[in-house]
Design a protein. Structure first.
Length: 388
């Protein structure tokens, strides 16, 4: 019997990919890392002085605990989202923490939540930490990674409590559409399921599209939790602030908020300096978003220009986000492609299996790296494609 709970992994040994990477790093190989997901390490121009000035606030010298989060911060978030009611917002240390709180709120140990596939890899881990089962439902490539409700139905079990969606989805960069949103509301409400909508990348569309929906929109037939945070919305993952917006039928909404507040009160993770600085940081967010968007747009264009369809490779269409998905010929598995690129060209991409694509062979590139680095990575990739 293990001394430790099975909420932590059976083995913490690095996988083959991490082990190869470590060996190459230790040998001083000139690596080009196109998996960088940290915007503060990507040479993005941040308004440094203004960001730091916002922390210099004498109010932070007093401790005034508030489980829901300070009103001023919630008002600023509400305003940034086009006039929400701050009373329906609750602050957390990050979006990941918010997931944990929602699983505690909605699930008994052993209950399940439906999570999309392919999508953000952390769900399995966040659910396991709460003794909850993450059951995957497929996003359908032919429907631009939209929902197939009969498939979703097939993955429900009597202990399903919530449906998670990521809008836009990571890594496919595809947005929820209005018709699907209406349908999902009905689907969930009819089955007494909550909806958890992760909208951390919502502001990063290549261009507007009136067919798109935010989970903040509409009449909320189902209890709906919409998540975001400074990590992506302001490109400030180090500041550690996420938020949950609660909507739905009145009684359920009010009780969910009170219970979430009770959970938050056990942790009180958001520091006073961050809460006081949040309003100012959110004023700076559009400029930071725009710097990130110019980077991702530029790199996406460079990628599309570099990958010729006659090579057998293609860049999947996308509507936004911070990464791009490449489809490689299935002459190798994803792992073989990644290891081959790493060993022969010293360049790193992510395999599609990190995101649980249903089939091979997808490789995921971050669009954040500095242009010189990104272009060097592209050169190595295209040289490798030509030599295969
Ligand atoms: C879809 C998605 N949700 C949530 C997060 C985590 O956000 P946070 O830093 O607020 O925990 C990420 C981070 O990459 C993400 O891709």
């Amino acid at each position: 019997m293990s001394r430790f709970s099975r909420r932590t992994p059976a083995s913490l040994e690095p996988n083959r990919l991490s082990a190869t990477l470590e060996t190459l790093r230790a040998a001083g190989a000139p690596l080009v890392d196109l998996t960088l997901s940290n915007p503060t390490r990507a040479g993005i121009a941040y308004p440094r002085a203004e960001l730091l000035d916002a922390l210099n606030d004498p109010r932070s010298l007093a401790y005034e605990p508030s489980a829901q989060g300070l009103l001023e911060a919630r008002q600023a978030i509400a305003a940034r989202h086009g006039g929400l009611d701050p009373a329906n917002l609750l602050l957390a240390g990050s979006t990941s923490e918010a997931y944990g709180w929602l699983f505690k709120l909605l699930c008994e140990p052993g209950d399940s939540v439906l999570v999309p596939r392919p999508s953000y890899p952390l769900f399995e881990c966040l659910a396991t930490l709460e003794a909850v089962r993450a059951v995957q439902y497929p996003l359908i490539e032919e429907l631009r990674w939209g929902f197939d409700f009969s498939e979703m139905e097939r993955h429900l079990d009597p202990r399903t409590r919530a449906i998670v969606l990521v809008n836009p989805n990571n890594p496919t960069g595809t947005y929820l559409k209005r018709d699907q949103w209406l349908h999902l509301q009905e689907f969930a409400a009819y089955r007494h399921l909550a909806i958890i909508a992760d909208e951390v990348f919502f502001d990063y569309a290549w261009q507007p599209d009136p067919a798109r929906a935010s989970a903040l929109m509409g009449s909320h037939l189902a209890l709906t939790f919409t998540l975001s945070g400074l990590s992506k919305a302001a490109g400030l993952p180090q500041m550690k602030l996420g938020w949950i917006h609660v909507a739905g039928p009145e009684e359920a909404r009010a009780e969910a908020l009170s219970r979430l507040e009770w959970i938050a009160d056990s942790y009180l993770p958001v520091s006073a300096p961050v809460q006081h600085a949040a309003a100012r940081w959110l004023e700076l967010a559009p400029a930071i978003q725009s710097a990130i968007r110019s980077r991702t747009t530029r790199n996406r264009q460079a990628l599309e220009d570099a990958i010729r369809p006659e090579s057998g490779w293609r860049v999947l269409p996308s509507e936004g986000g911070w990464c791009a998905v490449l489809e490689a010929p299935r002459i190798h598995s994803e792992e073989e492609w990644i290891l081959h690129l790493l060993q022969s060209r010293h360049m790193l991409l992510q395999p599609g299996f990190f995101y649980d694509f249903e089939r091979e062979a997808f490789l995921v590139a971050s669009l954040l790296p500095a242009p010189e680095l990104f272009d060097e990575g592209l050169q190595r990739l295209t040289a490798s494609i030509r030599s295969v």
